[in-house]
Design a protein around this ligand. Structure first.
Ligand code: CAA
Length: 258
């Protein structure tokens, strides 16, 4: 399918999805969100794709929801259309791992989109922020909820109330991003991580994703039981036999997703 606001490239089991509205620093408008939604659904259906990398430009992963698109809307408009309602559900419904590779600005909806991914690799140029307060509004795609879970109440309040930006080093220290890499290596590092994930048993990969995400939804006791039962269930797979045999035979495992 032809897209205008994103670029999708599939190579060796990894889909690279690049946000591509350079004139608006990849601000999230209706078209971009719809195209992203469609592309991720296609990636989910495409058996060749085993991991997804979502990225932007050197200057901006995404500078937020499109302010020009929102500026004239009324409460009745945004409430009736449930502005930004379906996208988080859509992204969360993708069962394949999604890595956000963030360089430059990840602000407002951009920071929130990165947080919807499974983990974030940041370039040393990355700047995260929830500056919606400067527009007389507040975060609407997870900036007061996911961010608080990731970096704690004090820092989340600071970010959301002052609208200040957090650099990559602080973002790593705070647990928002998993690693920081030089900007020039961002895409390669993210693709290398995705390739590594693509080599694993996809049954185990999906189980990990479900289990870690479950930890945000349920109490610890429930989460631990869920984890243990999923762990048990993986013993029904051929990949468990293969993985453990390969270890004992001192060879690389050949997973078949069975
Ligand atoms: N929406 C629409 N257009 C945007 C945009 C946005 N969020 N961010 C940047 N742009 C546009 C600018 O209007 C500008 O376009 P024009 O040349 O046509 O004027 C172009 O991108 C380049 O931007 P700047 O000239 O401002 O670039 P800069 O380097 O001087 O500043 C910036 C970069 C600090 C990121 C600045 O653009 C900025 O502050 N952007 C807005 C960030 C923001 O407030 N994000 C939150 C949006 S609300 C939201 O996301 C709600 C939610 O939670 C769902």
């Amino acid at each position: 399918m032809a897209y205008e606001t994103i670029i999708v490239e599939v190579e060796d089991h990894v889909a690279l999805v690049t946000l591509n509205r350079p004139d608006a620093l990849n601000a999230l408008n209706d078209q971009l969100l719809k195209e992203l939604s469609t592309a991720l659904r296609e990636c989910q259906k495409n058996d060749k794709v085993r991991c997804i990398v979502l990225t932007g430009s050197d200057k901006a992963f995404a500078a937020g929801a499109d302010i020009k698109m929102m500026s004239e809307k009324s409460f009745v408009d945004v409430f009736s259309e449930d502005l930004f309602g379906p996208e988080p559900d859509m992204i969360q419904s993708v069962r394949k791992p999604i890595i956000a590779a963030v360089g430059g600005y990840a602000l407002g909806g951009g920071c929130e989109l990165a947080m919807m991914c499974d983990f974030i690799i940041a370039a040393d140029t990355a700047k995260f922020g929830q500056p919606e307060i400067n527009l007389g509004v507040m975060a609407g795609l997870g900036g007061s909820q996911r961010l608080t879970r990731f970096i704690g109440k004090s820092k989340a309040m600071d970010m959301n109330l002052t609208g200040r930006f957090m650099d990559a080093e602080e973002a790593e220290r705070s647990g928002l991003v998993s690693r920081v890499v030089p900007a020039k290596k961002l895409k390669d590092e993210a693709l290398a991580a995705a390739t590594k994930i693509a080599e694993k048993s996809q049954i185990a990969v999906m189980a990990v994703k479900e289990s870690v995400n479950r930890s945000y939804e349920v109490p610890l006791r429930e989460g631990l039981l869920f984890e243990r039962r999923v762990f048990h269930s993986l013993f029904a797979t051929e990949d468990q036999k293969e993985g453990m045999s390969a270890f004992m035979e001192k060879r690389e495992a050949q997973f078949r997703d069975k």
